[in-house]
Design a protein around this ligand. Sequence first.
Ligand SMILES: Cc1cn([C@H]2C[C@H](O)[C@@H](COP(=O)(O)OP(=O)(O)O)O2)c(=O)[nH]c1=O
Length: 227
Amino acid sequence: MIIAVVGSDGAGKSTVTSLAVDRLVEAGEPAQLVERWRIVDNPDYPATRFLRPPVSDLRLCVAEMPNPPRFLFLMWSIGMALLGERSQPPAGDEAVDEAVGVLDGYWMKHAASEIVYGMDRGWVESVVAGLPVPDLVLYLRLEPEAAWRRKEHDLVPYECGMDPDCGRDNFLRHQGAILSLLDEWSARHGWVEVDATLPLDTVVDRVVTAVRSARATGSAKAVDAVR
Ligand SMILES: Cc1cn([C@H]2C[C@H](O)[C@@H](COP(=O)(O)OP(=O)(O)O)O2)c(=O)[nH]c1=O
């Protein structure tokens, strides 16, 4: 089962996903955090051994890539994180149904961002349609102003319309455009919106509840549980 935690930059994807998975694992539940950079220097992913740490350098290299290679790299890396693990049980194994991969981000924010950077929207949407469809998407929704307050001192140009100075106006403009696309996809694909301005504990609780409910009852009922 695949559950994606998505949202624009600063919405809390990494923080919330990591805390939610920790909580599930501590409770003995078969949840696994899936994020793209786990494929680096990790023997569980033998086919990605050509990638070299540190991840901070890889991130810089990605930002320097031209499109469409950059977008394709981002989709390739999350696809590998999801599907390329050596220890994955064979398809059809019961464990496949039981295990929950909780994705930090998946394709959504990057696809939106690359469309804002000028990629053809129809082409981007066709590419992501070829990736595994999540059983549930939890959309941490945060307005750009609130994201700016969280991230003001921790920004990279990629998050700010490639403004090397990471200025406020460019951040707000770029993130506003990303949010519009995410809102549209959320409505179209039936994502479950979680108010990311709620206290962190509450947001984590909602994600944990949704994962448990999805495992126990199937994704449709998990949608009701989190609402
Ligand atoms: C979840 C959360 C994050 N933060 C901070 C932690 C980080 O410095 C920053 C961004 O969080 P992060 O989890 O990195 O967001 P994302 O992965 O969606 O880009 O916001 C808060 O201040 N409050 C919160 O409730």
